[in-house]
Design a protein around this ligand. Structure first.
Ligand SMILES: C[S@@+](CC[C@H](N)C(=O)[O-])C[C@H]1O[C@@H](n2cnc3c(N)ncnc32)[C@H](O)[C@@H]1O
Length: 344
C-alpha cells in the first residue's frame, strides 16, 4: 500500500471513554461502495465528493456506483456474447450500457451488429447517424422518438428530476410569466411534446384551456395519469399543428427541439397555429458553432443566431431570450437557450 493510501485510511481507534464508536464517513462510503482494498479507492474523487454539500455528494456517489456497475455489466455482456454473438437482447443491453458511458466507437459497432441481425430497427439508424456523424437528418424520425420515449416513459420523471436536475419546464414557464406579466392567465395553451406532462402543473394556472400533444403513446399515458390537461393527443407535432389555425395564445416546447435539427417548418406551423401576438416559448441545447448540430448522444443543438434568424423568417419577434442550464449529464451542465417569441 502506498504511503498516500495509508495516511488516508479511516482511523480504527476506539472512541474516548470506551463508547460504541460511530463509523467515520470514509468507512461508510467504503462499505456502501463495496470497497475492500485501498487500491480500489480513488482518493481524489472522494475528496471532491466530501467538499460537496451532503445531498449532492450522495447523488455523485450514486453516479460513481452506477458507472462502476455499468462497467461490470459491459464485461459480463461481452463475455456472454462471445458464446452467443446473435443474442439481440444482450446486444441491446450492451449498446445501452456503452451509451451511458459515452463509449461511442464501441456503441457504433454494436448498433451495426444489431441492424445486421434486425434490419427492422429503423429507430437505431438515428443513433448510428449521430454517433458516426455520417448523415444529419432534418429531425429525428418518428420511429426513433417513439421507441426512445415509449421505452423511457416509466423512468422518465424520476431520472429527469432526481438525476439530471432537469429544469426546462420551470425555466420556460418563468420566461413566459416575465413576458406576460399581469396577463399571465386565461391562455389557450398547447404543450408541444408534452411527454409525461411535467410542465402541466406549471401551465395550468396560466391557462383556461391546456392541450398536450406527443408522439409517444406511453408518455401521453403518463401525462393522462398526472391529469390537468383538457385534451391530450398522440401525434407528431407538425402533423397536428398543420390542422390547427389561429387556435392558441401560447405554445410551449420544453426540451423538444433537441429532436429537431431544421426548425423552419415547425416554427412556421406554430406561427400559423397561434393567434396574432400569441407567444411561443421553448428551449434548445446550445451549439456554439453555426446552424444546428446532431450530437453523438442523438440530440440536436442549435446556435443562437440560427434560432433568431429562423424565428424572424417565420414571422416572430423575440420577446425574451436567456442562456440557461437545462440539466446535467454525466456530471456536466448542459447549457441551452430559452426563448419566448411573439407572433407578429
Ligand atoms: C425530453 S422529452 C420532454 C417532455 C416534456 N416536454 C418535459 O419537459 O418533460 C421530449 C418529448 O418530445 C416528444 N417528441 C419529440 N419529437 C416529437 C415530434 N416530432 N412530435 C411529437 N412529439 C415529439 C418525445 O416523444 C418526448 O416525449
Amino acid at each position: 500500500m502506498s504511503r498516500r493510501s495509508r495516511d488516508r485510511r479511516p482511523s480504527a481507534r476506539p472512541a474516548a471513554g470506551g463508547e460504541a464508536r460511530r463509523p467515520a464517513l470514509g468507512e461508510m462510503i467504503m462499505s456502501r461502495m463495496g470497497i475492500k482494498t485501498a487500491s480500489d479507492v480513488d482518493f481524489d474523487a472522494i475528496d471532491k465528493l466530501l467538499a460537496e454539500p451532503p445531498a449532492k455528494a450522495n447523488v455523485q456517489l450514486q453516479r460513481l456506483k452506477e458507472r462502476e456497475a455499468s462497467e461490470r455489466q459491459i464485461v459480463a455482456l461481452q463475455n456472454s456474447l462471445r458464446e452467443k454473438p446473435d443474442d439481440l437482447v444482450k446486444l441491446n443491453a450492451l449498446a445501452y450500457e456503452l451509451r451511458k458511458l459515452e463509449r461511442t466507437a464501441e456503441v457504433v459497432d454494436v448498433y451495426r451488429r444489431i441492424l445486421a441481425l434486425d434490419p427492422g430497427r429503423v429507430d437505431l439508424q438515428h443513433m448510428l447517424d449521430a454517433a458516426t456523424g455520417g448523415r444529419t437528418p432534418s429531425r429525428a424520425s418518428d420511429d426513433y422518438v417513439r421507441a426512445e420515449f415509449d421505452g423511457f416513459a416509466d423512468k422518465f420523471d424520476s431520472v429527469l428530476t432526481n438525476w439530471l436536475e432537469y429544469r426546462a419546464p420551470e425555466i420556460v414557464v418563468a420566461a413566459v410569466r416575465r413576458v406576460l406579466g399581469d396577463e399571465a392567465a386565461n391562455q389557450v395553451t398547447i404543450d408541444l411534446g408534452c411527454g409525461t406532462g411535467l410542465a402541466g402543473p406549471l401551465l395550468r394556472p396560466l391557462s383556461r384551456r391546456l392541450e398536450g400533444i406527443d408522439l409517444s403513446p406511453k408518455m401521453v399515458e403518463k401525462a393522462e395519469a398526472r391529469g390537468g390537461y383538457d385534451a391530450l393527443v398522440v401525434s407528431e407535432i407538425g402533423k397536428y399543428l398543420a390542422t390547427r389555425r389561429n387556435a392558441y395564445t401560447l405554445a410551449v416546447a420544453c426540451d423538444v427541439f433537441c429532436y429537431f435539427g431544421e426548425l423552419a417548418e415547425v416554427f412556421h406551423q406554430t406561427h400559423d397555429a397561434l393567434k396574432p401576438r400569441g407567444l411561443f416559448a421553448f428551449t434548445v441545447e446550445r451549439n456554439s458553432g453555426d446552424g444546428f448540430l446532431l450530437q453523438s448522444n442523438g440530440r440536436y443543438a442549435h446556435a443562437d443566431r440560427f434560432v433568431r434568424e429562423t424565428a424572424a423568417a417565420a414571422g416572430f419577434d423575440v420577446a425574451d431570450a436567456a442562456e440557461v442550464q437545462l440539466r446535467v449529464e454525466l456530471h456536466k451542465p448542459v447549457m441551452g437557450g430559452c426563448y419566448v417569441l411573439r407572433r407578429r
